[in-house]
Design a protein around this ligand. Structure first.
Ligand SMILES: Cc1cc2nc3c(=O)[nH]c(=O)nc-3n(C[C@H](O)[C@H](O)[C@H](O)COP(=O)(O)OP(=O)(O)OC[C@H]3O[C@@H](n4cnc5c(N)ncnc54)[C@H](O)[C@@H]3O)c2cc1C
Ligand SMILES: NC(=O)c1ccc[n+]([C@@H]2O[C@H](COP(=O)([O-])OP(=O)(O)OC[C@H]3O[C@@H](n4cnc5c(N)ncnc54)[C@H](OP(=O)(O)O)[C@@H]3O)[C@@H](O)[C@H]2O)c1
Length: 281
């Protein structure tokens, strides 16, 4: 028997007809403790199925220090058939009730300690494909809130410029890093647009291609991400977190595996690894 909590939707912001930022608060007012990078299930009654509650997992985009609400960025799945939960969720507006299950998941827990027990001071590179940016919205705000001194780079891949859902927030954090100095807050944000030839993207001057293109070296030299950080990525100086399609994870691994990077899933006998990921499956 699944135990559902009740929640009230408090905010919806439609970025386009199939992309929404949604917040809810627990109906009883009690926010549970949770860890950055976790997800929870949202349940909605489906009218065409005798109001049976159907649940799906959604990454939490808000950070645990924010005790006011849970935030999500959700895609309406419409092909080949309208998704059962997202179709219903896109009818939700402020004041509506939803059901939710407690936060869970370890795949994207931030590594703070190396396998040898030393503090993990490696540069953090987060790669989000589409709505897979959600956990890294939580990362950026959490690491900022706790005053983390590590170098943090957020890479977001989207088909269209209006799908860069958290550009405003990330740009502000990037500007703050320039203003305050890297010794106080070391943060960079870059995006890749995968359909640069589409008319709607005609103003885009940044990285093109899918987000893994940041890792592709130019004729044997440094890759765009290496040019950005000013050195070659090695398994000693960088940990990579990825959330997106399996193709995004595989695409990044194609470039970093030859450098010796291994995933937590395939960690070495001594427990060490350089890549953590959560896939859409
Ligand atoms: C850990 C985790 C975190 C996630 N986080 C997010 C997030 O932050 N944001 C987000 O938007 N999503 C997220 N997801 C995905 C989410 O859980 C759902 O899978 C997604 O929203 C689709 O749910 P749905 O009920 O609308 O679609 P479903 O009804 O489950 O449909 C899924 C797919 O099957 C197709 N389909 C449905 N019925 C049929 C049929 N009869 N024949 C053929 N095809 C069919 C649909 O077209 C769709 O492509 C996450 C998933 C996981 C596992
Ligand atoms: N944690 C999770 O498991 C999780 C989190 C968020 C969302 N999701 C689910 O993932 C699905 C789609 O997400 P979305 O709408 O956010 O993605 P999207 O906007 O359609 O795509 C995002 C980016 O990924 C690229 N892409 C598409 N297919 C790919 C593939 N097979 N391999 C590598 N890259 C690919 C796209 O490139 P093109 O322009 O070339 O298509 C685009 O640049 C939804 O069903 C959503 O519910 C799961």
């Amino acid at each position: 028997m699944v135990l559902d909590n009740k929640g009230i939707v408090t905010y919806t912001q439609f970025l386009r007809e199939d992309l929404v930022i949604l917040r809810f608060v627990p109906e009883n007012g009690i926010m549970p403790e949770y860890r950055t990078g976790q997800f929870l299930t949202i349940g909605v009654p489906i009218p065409t199925e005798n109001f049976k509650t159907v649940r799906r997992a959604y990454s939490i985009a808000s950070h645990p220090e924010n005790r006011k609400y849970f935030e999500f960025v959700i895609r309406w799945v419409r092909k080949p058939l309208p998704g059962r939960v997202t179709t219903q969720l896109f009818y939700a507006s402020e004041g509506d009730q939803i059901f939710w299950g407690n936060p869970t998941g370890n795949a994207l827990a931030i590594s703070n300690t190396l396998s040898n027990g030393q503090p993990d001071k490696r540069r953090i590179i987060c790669v989000g494909g589409g709505t897979g940016i959600a956990p890294f919205v939580a990362y950026a705000q959490h690491l900022h809130a706790i005053g983390d001194k590590r170098e943090i780079i957020i890479l977001h891949g989207a088909s269209y410029v209006d799908e860069l859902s958290y550009k405003g927030l990330f740009t502000k954090l990037d500007d703050e890093s320039i203003d305050r100095g890297k010794d106080k807050w070391n943060f960079k944000y870059r995006a890749a647009i995968s359909r640069p030839k589409e008319w709607f993207n005609r103003s885009w001057k940044g990285q093109t291609g899918r987000v893994e293109a940041f890792f592709k070296s130019k004729s044997g030299g440094l890759s765009p991400i290496e040019e950005l950080v000013g050195e070659e990525l090695t398994k000693d100086n960088t940990i990579i977190y990825i959330c997106g399609y399996q193709g995004t994870i595989d695409g990044v691994m194609d470039f970093v595996k030859p450098k010796g990077f291994v995933t937590e899933h395939d960690k070495r006998e001594d427990g060490s690894f350089e890549v953590k990921y959560e896939s859409y499956g």
